[in-house]
Design a protein around this ligand. Structure first.
Ligand SMILES: [Zn+2]
Length: 190
């Protein structure tokens, strides 16, 4: 069977991410050196467009990952995991629980981590010591911060767990006093 036939048989003519039955495309999950069925997924135009152009991200569309994250196909797991992480970085709350619930075999986890590094060509977000921060890191505030609009002061020493990165390398997002706020990365340390 060709790769395409293998994939069509595997996906049952449905998008492997959102189960749509519209036009399907083969998406090679990086790092893809050569086309292989187990390194590719079959996805619809909507999923394909959003995965390849992150500016068109429609958060609600990705609710489909609630189901597809449980796929038995490692390549689907890897993409579901990465997309959930991206949505978390964009400030979504619901995705974080899913990322934590997700189960991947160790080798699949490695693949997902490698993928994350590969696509990460943005400017690094650094803490006050110049240490690179990643989404999901825990940091501590190094000074008292007045939180604008929320009427409280986040005290020096306050831990902020599971931070999110933003498109601005000087800003991170994190939860303090139950509120998600933007913090200058120069005021935290890992
Ligand atoms: Zn789809």
């Amino acid at each position: 069977m060709s790769i395409e036939q293998t994939l069509f048989a595997r996906c049952d003519n449905k998008c492997e991410l959102c189960a749509s039955e519209s036009h399907l495309n083969i998406f090679d999950v990086p790092p893809a050196n050569e086309p292989r069925a187990d390194k590719s997924i079959m996805i619809c135009d909507t999923c394909f467009g959003q995965l390849t152009d992150s500016d068109t991200c429609d958060t609600n569309h990705w609710r489909c990952l609630n189901d597809s994250m449980w796929s038995q196909v490692p390549a689907v797991q890897v993409i579901a995991w990465r997309q959930l992480k991206h949505l978390t970085e964009k400030g979504e709350d619901w995705t974080n629980d899913l990322v934590e619930m997700m189960y991947m075999e160790p080798d699949v986890q490695e693949w997902a981590a490698a993928l994350e590094e590969e696509v990460d060509d943005s400017e690094p977000t650094l803490d006050s010591n110049g240490v690179r921060l990643a989404a999901g890191d825990s940091v501590v505030l190094i000074k008292d911060l007045d939180v604008k609009g929320a009427n409280f002061t986040a005290k020096r020493g306050t831990p902020v767990r599971n931070i999110g990165l933003t498109s601005n390398p000087e800003h991170i997002e994190g939860r303090v006093n139950g509120q998600r706020i933007v913090i200058l990365s120069c005021y935290v340390k890992k």
